[in-house]
Design a protein around this ligand. Structure first.
Ligand code: PMP
Length: 433
């Protein structure tokens, strides 16, 4: 039975989990690039849900796949394989860059990073994990240990074996060359000098997002990921790329790392793989998988190889290919980026626009000259956008500044992009007044 006032039920029964921003209306249904509220409002979803619905909400092909699968296959014992999960592994291995070839299907981003970290420890026999100062890899124990933009900021203590290096941030460089631009080589050398100084000699892996998303939409400078891989190689560490958000076409390649031509030892996929359903996958080489197995690698959680979501994952890849969504992400991403640059040119509080494909961001500042961060202005813009029918969120946490992540589904239309850009323009203008 539905209570006439859902907010009363929410207050009484819905536990709080630290979400940074609550939408002030109840959502009734979602379709394509929009969510629809119970009160009948239509809200443009520029976060693709929690960054996962890259095919748009309730994509008809995904709904059809679920209807065709459920009733025949739902969930199975962890040691029982079915065609959908076998196909999922095979399809992912086909699109993943060589020599990545072995796939373990899991459920969420935190979980798959947990598995990747465990695999790296199992293979190297070491325990220290290096991650980035603005990273987000999840909120379970090991994934949160590698997550600096949340756990640390929120006061959760780290543990021995968790080391961090600075994230390259071209708009706010901490190491500069003679022209005042980011000197990422010096920054990386510094980061690894600190790692070497702090390490107890047990470096297992380094984990990184090929575009740092939750930490502020930070695209690595050309050559950076290759240099990072070299640093890992020199130390016998494995390199893990977390492509929760950058995987499956969003940045204009199947995987974000393909822009840089760098292949990790372990690739973790989640969010975008399930097109809105909980599905993740660990991808690695034959050699590492063999070594992990030989060393007793164990990671089976309740939904490993589940067939229903595996069928969805296969269909996500089919739709990406059928509808040419990787090219769409490139073309629409360029269009969106140009629109966002116009906001930089016309508004004093928009300091920068950056991103790749349909993973874009704008940085909110008090003024362009001083580049001082302003969470307050960001919050006001978020609220005004929502009132005008656009959902967006700020990705940086308290103290880290206000960056809007703009990541509509790959199926977004140019009209919807125009509509979102014009709401954003109006909302920023209203807040500036
Ligand atoms: N990795 C990245 C890059 C993410 O953005 C997130 C979620 N924000 C995660 C991992 C964690 O995924 P999940 O929330 O599904 O556990």
């Amino acid at each position: 039975e539905q209570h006439p006032d859902p907010w009363k039920d929410i207050e009484e029964h819905v536990g709080r989990y630290g979400a940074p921003y609550f939408v002030p209306e109840i959502i009734d249904h979602a379709e394509g690039s929009y969510v629809y509220t119970e009160s009948g409002r239509k809200i443009l979803d520029f976060t693709s849900g929690q960054m996962s619905s890259t095919l748009g909400h309730n994509n008809p092909s995904i709904v059809k796949t679920i209807r065709e699968t459920i009733g025949r296959l739902d969930h199975l014992y962890s040691g029982m394989l079915s065609r959908p999960s076998i196909n999922l592994c095979t399809r992912i291995a086909q699109v993943a860059p060589d020599p990545l070839n072995k796939v373990i299907p899991l459920t969420t981003g935190s979980e798959v990073n947990e598995a990747a970290i465990r695999m790296a420890k199992t293979v190297t026999g070491k325990f220290e994990i290096v991650s980035f100062s603005r990273s987000w890899h999840g909120l379970t124990e090991a994934s949160a240990g590698a997550t600096y933009s949340s756990a640390r900021k929120l006061g959760v203590p780290g543990a021995p074996g968790q080391l961090a290096i600075p994230t390259p941030y071209e708009y706010r460089p901490d190491f500069v060359d003679e022209q005042g631009r980011l000197d990422w080589r010096r920054q990386l050398d510094y980061g690894f000098a600190m790692v070497d100084a702090q390490s107890v000699g047990s470096l297992a892996a380094c984990i990184v997002e090929p575009i740092v998303s939750g930490g502020g939409i930070l695209v690595p400078p050309p050559g950076y990921l290759a240099a990072l891989k070299e640093k890992c190689r020199e130390r016998g560490m494995l390199l893990i790329f977390d492509e929760a958000q950058t995987g499956f076409g969003r940045t204009g390649h199947w995987f974000g790392c393909q822009h840089d031509g760098v292949v990790p030892d372990i690739l973790t996929l989640s969010k975008t793989l399930g097109g809105g359903l909980p599905l993740a996958a660990l991808v690695t080489t034959d050699e590492i998988e063999q070594k992990a197995h030989d060393n007793g690698f164990t990671f089976y959680t309740s939904h490993v190889n589940d067939p229903l979501v595996a069928a969805v994952g296969c269909e996500v890849m089919n739709v990406i290919e059928r509808d040419d969504l990787i090219q769409a992400a490139t073309d629409k991403g360029r269009y969106l980026h140009d629109g966002l640059w116009k906001l930089v040119e016309t508004h004093e509080v928009v300091g920068d626009a950056r991103g790749r494909g349909l993973l874009q961001g704008i940085e909110i500042v008090k003024d362009k000259q001083g580049k001082e961060r302003s969470e307050r202005i960001g919050d006001l813009i978020t609220k005004r956008c929502y009132e005008l029918g656009l959902h967006m969120n700020i990705v940086c946490l308290p103290g880290m500044g206000g960056v809007f992540r703009i990541a509509p589904p790959l199926t977004v239309s140019y009209e919807e992009l125009d509509s979102g850009l014009s709401i954003l323009d109006q909302a920023i203008g209203d807040v500036e007044k």
